[in-house]
Write a protein of this length. Structure first.
Lengths: 395, 354
């Protein structure tokens, strides 16, 4: 079923002559069937390739064939393959620069950059001898070179500008920066997209990915309103058939919304296998500090891996608020003894809490507007407002 | 690029020593017994890499052993002589000298492209020295000590060491670290956490560290403090500080003024009532302030009023001066008492960690 090298190379040539970026991308993809064609595993394919293709496309193709060669070795030469893929990426940059006022080759760029990231991840996983994250960071540098060419293409018309490729690259870069915990590097990319005149005309799938990452970043910066907006956009626009992606979005959207006072419905969580949040919500509602801590402790690894550990820990103050609201409901008075709050904290299992700390916790809730009232230190009482002493969290 | 290796076995290469003696460019701590014009022990100065400067020759750079000895010389007590413990001159002069000479060491680490293990050995004491100095000199005027520059260098050295730890971990083949090495790492990782209190990045790092670090008792304490800070439970943060060992405690002290300000601001809302007051002893305890005078300084600065008898404070949220700059970091009694009990060279060289 596989052809000779010549068949393959003339296929590449035709795609290039037809300015068919998709087809060219497929010819250079590591996920296409042609990668199983043993005829293409050539250590030094330059001479052959030169007969068909002009620079810099010949370099892209040669590098690609070398990648295939190295990956076919036993054990696979991931590091060598990565180096060749980076060379391919560099050649793509030159190709982009050469093709002024044309953007048909963007799919090729997407493909090469995507495979570069996959290979970098494979190196991180299988190879040793460098700081973790180093290869991914290098890959990001290569993609940035592509990004710069695209972002600088301001003179071409709206249909032909390479700026249309920006969001795809930004999403790729986000994936790397989130993986290596270098979120500050996202900022200039977001600015570039924000300043882009046709930022709303990028394809919807790209927009969804973009909003997902921008939302996560906003969450990281404690900018929760913005995070909810972006993540909600991603969630509601993501088609239902991509259930696992929708689940990924919810992992962040649910706790951020909880922090803003919205509890998720059980049916939604059930549908996406996220009942962990249901347990948290129950503990939150009940003001059960101990139960809350227990869930966090049990699910620690899951929370850390999905990057929401800190966010969930920040929900703690709402647990306190709900517990204190219960004290208010039981006492039915506007002058509440601070000792009662302390007893309540001890009742839900906090053994090491003091009256001083109780004061500080209540004080902070007042400061954040979660309780309306003031503390009288002399009488050791919290005096709550006659109207709406525990304002709704979501208001 | 080919690796360059130093061959100089002394603290200061001969060429530089001759030149500086000839030109009388000796620092006070390089003179014999402080006598004018009598050279004592010279240590290589820091010079910037400049475009026109040639690549240093091997004899202009020190060997790994010489670099280790240099770091030790700068931070240790020799027979009858110690720069770090010198009392003839104010500490900021010793700081300037040691800072510069350690910077030269750092530069050679970069030029000679040392591996992770070598870098860690040299950088760890530098981190400790910068962290200690940051606190020790915090009350000095800006002409004598620039806390910002010190912070920058500390952060740079810290992240440098952390990268090396990560790198070593990535090498399965490298030989097992010793228990002492692991303990030192736990201490430096803790220092990074306290120094970056409140930063989501450093917190994210804490969550993904190997188990031996996360289970370390000092690290656990630092982690608990950082978590409490993120949860805005400043009470737990402040109560945690005095439990930290020496240098960590002094790094924590540099964060104290900001936390006191936040807590006072919270209190102005919570105890906001014209008829009611909050007793001084309660505030002293919560804010880790050891004298009523200290509390008065804080209150004056943020425009919080005392009662007539000065035994209580009256909070009013509208009076609180939001725009007032943070008070300068100051020496704290709970830190001073810890630092008094330590033998500094031993601590800076990470021989005694708690």
């Amino acid at each position: 079923m596989f052809g000779t090298v010549n068949n393959y190379l003339s296929g590449v040539l035709h795609s290039a002559q037809d300015c068919d970026g998709e087809s060219l991308g497929t010819h250079l993809s590591l996920r296409d069937v042609h990668v199983q064609n043993h005829n293409l595993y050539i250590a030094q394919p330059e001479k052959l390739v030169d007969r068909f293709l002009k620079p810099p496309l010949d370099e892209v193709v040669s590098a690609h064939m070398k990648v295939l060669y190295h990956l076919a070795q036993e054990p696979p030469g991931y590091m060598e393959a990565y180096t060749q893929q980076a060379a391919a990426c560099g050649a793509v940059v030159r190709l982009l620069q050469q093709l002024k006022d044309e953007n048909w080759c963007l799919p090729l760029m997407y493909r090469v950059c995507l495979d570069l990231r996959y290979l970098a991840q494979a190196c991180e996983k299988h190879c040793r001898g460098f700081t973790p994250g180093h290869v991914l960071e290098k890959a990001a540098d290569c993609m940035m070179a592509c990004f710069r060419v695209c972002a600088a293409d301001g003179r071409a018309s709206e249909e032909d500008t390479k700026r249309l490729g920006m969001m795809n690259l930004v999403n790729q870069l986000f994936k790397i920066y989130f993986r290596i915990n270098k979120l500050h590097l996202c900022k200039p990319l977001i600015r570039a997209i924000d300043n882009c005149v046709f930022k709303d005309s990028f394809p919807l799938p790209e927009q969804i990915t973009y909003k997902y990452f921008v939302g996560r970043r906003a969450m990281f910066d404690s900018n929760y309103q913005a995070a909810v907006q972006d993540l909600s956009y991603a969630f509601s626009n993501c088609p239902d058939r991509f259930a696992s992606n929708k689940r990924l979005i919810l992992i962040y959207l649910v706790p951020v919304k909880m922090l803003l006072g919205y509890l998720p419905s059980k049916s939604l969580l059930q549908r996406y296998d996220l009942l962990l949040f249901h347990d948290l919500a129950l503990a939150l509602k009940a003001g059960n500090v101990n139960r809350f801590d227990e869930i966090v402790r049990d699910q620690e690894l899951v929370l850390i891996r999905s990057g929401i550990y800190l966010l969930v820990e920040k929900l703690k103050f709402i647990v306190y608020r709900n517990l204190f609201k219960k004290v208010f409901a039981i006492r039915q008075t506007h002058q509440l003894d601070m000792g009662d709050f302390l007893s309540a904290l001890q009742f839900v299992g906090l053994t090491d809490v003091s009256l001083d700390e109780t004061h500080c916790i209540v004080a902070n809730l007042i400061y954040e507007g979660k309780i309306k009232g003031y503390i009288s230190h002399a009488h050791n009482k919290l005096v709550v407002s006659k109207q709406n002493p525990f304002p709704s969290m979501s208001s | 690029m080919a690796q360059v290796r130093g061959s100089c076995e002394r603290f200061c290469p001969d060429g530089e020593a001759k030149m500086r003696i000839r030109e009388k460019l000796l620092h006070y701590f390089e003179l014999k017994n402080g006598q004018k014009n009598t050279p004592g022990v010279l240590v290589k100065e820091f010079t910037r890499s400049a475009a026109d400067a040639k690549m240093p020759l091997p004899q202009e750079m020190r060997t790994e052993a010489a670099l280790t000895k240099t770091v030790e010389y700068l931070l240790k007590e020799q027979e009858l002589f110690s720069i770090i413990l010198d009392t003839r001159k104010p500490f900021n002069l010793a700081y300037d000298f040691i800072f510069d000479r350690l910077r030269a060491v750092r530069r050679e680490i970069v030029i000679q492209m040392y591996d992770a293990r070598q870098k860690i050995r040299l950088l760890e004491p530098i981190v400790m020295f910068l962290a200690y100095s940051r606190y020790r000199l915090c009350e000095e005027s800006i002409e004598k000590f620039d806390p910002k520059i010190c912070n920058q260098h500390l952060q740079e050295c810290l992240t440098g060491v952390l990268c090396c730890y990560d790198e070593l971990e990535g090498q399965a083949s490298s030989k097992e670290p010793t228990i002492r090495e692991l303990e030192r790492r736990c201490y430096i990782e803790s220092l990074y956490q306290v120094f970056n209190l409140g930063s989501p990045e450093s917190f994210a790092r804490a969550l993904t560290l190997p188990d031996f670090v996360r289970q370390d008792s000092i690290f656990k304490l630092c982690f608990a403090i950082c978590l409490a800070f993120q949860q805005r439970n400043l009470y737990r943060v402040l109560m945690g500080f005095p439990q930290l060992p020496h240098i960590l405690c002094s790094v924590a002290a540099t964060k104290l003024q900001a936390i006191r300000r936040s807590l006072l601001q919270v209190f102005t809302h919570a105890y906001n009532n014209k008829q009611l007051t909050v007793p001084v002893p309660y505030l002293l305890r919560l804010l880790l302030i050891d004298s009523p005078a200290g509390l008065q300084d804080q209150c004056r600065h943020y425009n919080i009023s005392f009662t007539g008898d000065r035994k209580a404070v009256q909070f009013n949220k509208t009076d609180f001066n939001q725009t007032a700059e943070l008070l300068k970091t100051q020496h704290e009694r709970f830190v001073e008492s810890k630092l008094k009990r330590i033998y500094l060279p031993e601590v800076l060289l990470l021989k005694k960690l708690n």
